[in-house]
Structure formats: structure tokens, C-alpha cells
Design a binder for this molecule. Structure first.
Ligand code: CS2
Ligand code: MN
Length: 359
């Protein structure tokens, strides 16, 4: 298993590769080409450049998050074939640069959604939060504006201004689409892309919907075990894999995360682990917290134990963190709390391995 840390690139990340390399136990970065508009082919050279920079700091670059899927693919428009072709070319270039895992999501319009990017917690730290009461009756346009206004000037993945400029039009295009329609479009995409991924040695890793519930009436199809079963059945291949994001799936307490990890891990379908903790106050009211189990609703020890039990050998990363120690940064992606979080995970991992006697 490799411990990794998401990195937004030299230009866009306030955190340097050297700082990431100084985190104890860190093996690699999770990178992406943030400047390439969704749907275009990712060129080889800049990917190789990330790898070179990472390696200079003794870090791997084997994992991408995310090559985003063009809306026309999710909408099933005739133009999707061209975008699928481009997607495949991007995968081939990624493979040439040494990439093994590619995270993506299939959420219509929005990536992750929160109602507060800096909710004050009891100890003076702040964290991302979601409260469905605050979404009820709100227009997606207003919600998007609030997110942008509160992002400390950083562009947030999934909330790129170009995408938001077309919000009204996008909502009209999704009008009348239900979960089965969206699933058909995912299947079409996977049937084209997975054999190619398999050929070049890449595992695709779909990220769960965050939060795993319909938002603004849009269909969502990666919410729970049943949804994952359906996706696994679309193409029978280890390259048709999952990102198990504990904070996304776990915001629905009915999702038994250790069980999900064991089940899909044994089927060799887990390609990527995102581990973070959240505090669920009532259904669809939650905020992110420090990684340690006692601070939230998830049992992080049990989660790490399940990861051990499936002999997982892919990437794991701390997902979002709180803002602590007066750090100013991209919401969810500061240095301090994620570094603390990954060390907690490393500690649990070492202890489990010692006690269970594997390494
Ligand atoms: C994050 C996402 O919300 C999360 O948990 O990990 O931003 C994630 O990077 C994307 O949804 C993956 O495409
Ligand atoms: Mn995640």
C-alpha cells in the first residue's frame, strides 16, 4: 500500500512537494493536470514533468485524481464518442507516464457539495460541512456563488468557474433524467474505456457521490453498496474499480464501510482508498473532523483493519482536513491537518501489521 497526498501542482498549490516529502511515511502524490479543460486529451509531457518533480522529492506519482468525465458523456449526447476517445488517449498518456490508478466521478453538474466551507468547530478549527436544511429552497446558482466566495481565492476541483457559468443550461439538459438513464450512460462509458484501461495497466476508480444523495433533484448513482454492485456488474474487470471514500459514503450511517471494503476488496475492485472522518449529527447534517476515531462517527481503526484484511496494495490518502493553526489554504486541503491525519493512519497501519503479523 502506498500513502499518498493530493497535490494541486506548483502553480496552484500553496504546499510544496518538499513539504509533502517531509511528512513521515509519505510515499507519493496524487496529481492531475488542472489546466486541461474537461474533455481534452491530457498530453504526456506535463505528466512526465509531475513525475520528475515528485521523484526529486522521493515521492511516487502513480495516481491521478481526477480525469474528469465530460458532461456530454454523463448526458449520453451523440458527441460523447469523441470525448470518450479523448479520455482513452489521456489514459494511454497517463500510463506512459507511469500512472496506475485514475480516480473519476460520475456526478452530474457538481462534484462534491457542501453548505459551509469553514464551519467553526468546538476547538476553533474550521471544517467543511453539509446541512440539507440550508440547501432546501436554495437555487444551485446561489449555492455555487457562496462556495466560490468562500474558497479563499482558490479554484476548487469540481467548482471551476467555466463549469458554473453554464449552470442553468446544464440543469435544463438533465431535466427528466433518472438514475437508470444515468447508469446507462456510465455503462456505455465503462464498456468503452475499461478494456483500454486494462490494456495499458490502469485501474479506473470511480469516486462515490459526495454527499451520497440526490442534490437539487439531480440523479446520483454511486451512493451505497447496491449502487457499487451495479457498477461492478457493468464491466467485469479489475480495471473497473472503486475509490472507497469513507467520508463520502460514511455520511450515510447506513453504509457499513468496513463491510463494503471487505466485500469489494475481495472482489479486487478497490483501486483507491480515501480515508477521512466525519461527525454525523442527523441524516444529511454532518461536518468533517480530525481523522482520529474518537472525534467522529466513523471507526477509523476498523476501516484500516478492513484494508489490512483485503491485503490492499493500492494508494490510500487522507482526504480532506480541517483548517488548524491559523493556516490559510484551499478549503479541505491544508497541510497541517492532513499531515496529522495521515500519520494517524500510518500509526494504525503499523500497529495492525505488527499485531497481525504480516510485515
Ligand atoms: C473528494 C472529491 O469529496 C471528496 O471526497 O475526494 O473532491 C474527489 O476528489 C472527486 O470527487 C473525485 O473525482
Ligand atoms: Mn474522497
Amino acid at each position: 500500500m502506498r500513502f499518498t497526498f493530493r497535490w494541486y501542482g506548483e502553480k496552484d498549490d500553496q504546499i510544496s512537494l518538499q513539504q509533502i516529502g517531509q511528512i513521515p511515511g509519505m510515499d507519493g502524490i496524487v496529481g492531475a493536470l488542472f489546466d486541461i479543460p474537461v474533455g481534452e486529451v491530457w498530453p504526456l509531457e506535463p505528466l512526465r514533468e509531475i513525475k520528475r518533480q515528485a521523484e526529486k522529492n522521493n515521492l511516487y506519482f502513480k495516481d491521478i485524481e481526477s480525469i474528469n468525465v465530460h458532461e456530454d458523456i454523463k448526458l449520453g449526447l451523440p458527441s460523447r464518442d469523441k470525448y470518450i476517445e479523448n479520455y482513452i488517449l489521456s489514459l494511454r498518456n497517463a500510463a506512459k507516464a507511469g500512472v496506475e490508478v485514475v480516480c473519476y466521478n460520475f456526478m452530474p453538474v457538481f462534484d462534491w457539495t457542501r453548505t459551509d466551507l469553514a464551519k467553526p468547530l468546538y476547538d476553533g478549527s474550521t471544517a467543511l460541512a453539509y446541512d440539507y436544511h440550508l440547501i432546501a429552497g436554495k437555487k444551485p446558482q446561489d449555492m455555487a456563488k457562496e462556495i466560490l466566495d468562500n474558497s479563499n481565492g482558490f479554484v476548487l476541483p469540481g467548482w471551476e468557474p467555466e463549469r458554473l457559468a453554464q449552470l442553468t443550461e446544464l440543469f435544463n439538459q438533465y431535466d427528466g433524467m433518472d438514475e437508470d438513464d444515468l447508469r446507462d450512460n456510465l455503462k456505455y462509458f465503462l464498456q468503452a474505456v475499461v478494456p483500454e484501461a486494462e490494456n495499458c495497466g490502469i485501474k479506473m476508480a470511480i469516486h462515490p457521490d459526495d454527499p451520497p444523495i440526490s442534490v437539487f433533484g439531480l440523479p446520483r448513482i454511486v451512493k451505497n453498496e447496491k449502487d457499487l454492485d451495479k457498477i461492478a456488474a457493468m464491466v467485469d474487470s479489475e480495471s473497473n474499480g472503486f475509490t472507497i471514500c469513507t467520508g463520502s459514503l460514511g455520511s450515510n450511517l447506513k453504509n457499513d464501510i468496513p463491510h463494503i471494503i471487505r466485500k469489494f476488496g475481495r472482489q479486487k475492485r478497490i483501486a483507491f482508498m480515501h480515508v477521512r472522518n466525519i461527525q454525523v449529527h442527523e441524516p444529511w447534517v454532518f461536518n468533517e473532523v480530525a481523522h482520529k476515531s474518537k472525534h467522529g462517527s466513523l471507526d477509523i481503526f476498523e476501516i484500516m483493519k478492513a484494508i489490512y484484511d483485503i491485503d490492499f496494495d493500492g494508494p490510500i490518502r487522507p482526504d480532506h482536513g480541517r483548517m488548524i493553526w491559523d493556516e490559510k489554504g484551499r478549503p479541505g486541503y491544508g497541510l497541517f491537518d492532513r499531515a496529522l491525519g495521515v500519520n494517524y493512519l500510518c500509526g494504525l497501519w503499523d500497529a495492525i501489521n505488527r499485531i497481525c503479523g504480516r510485515k
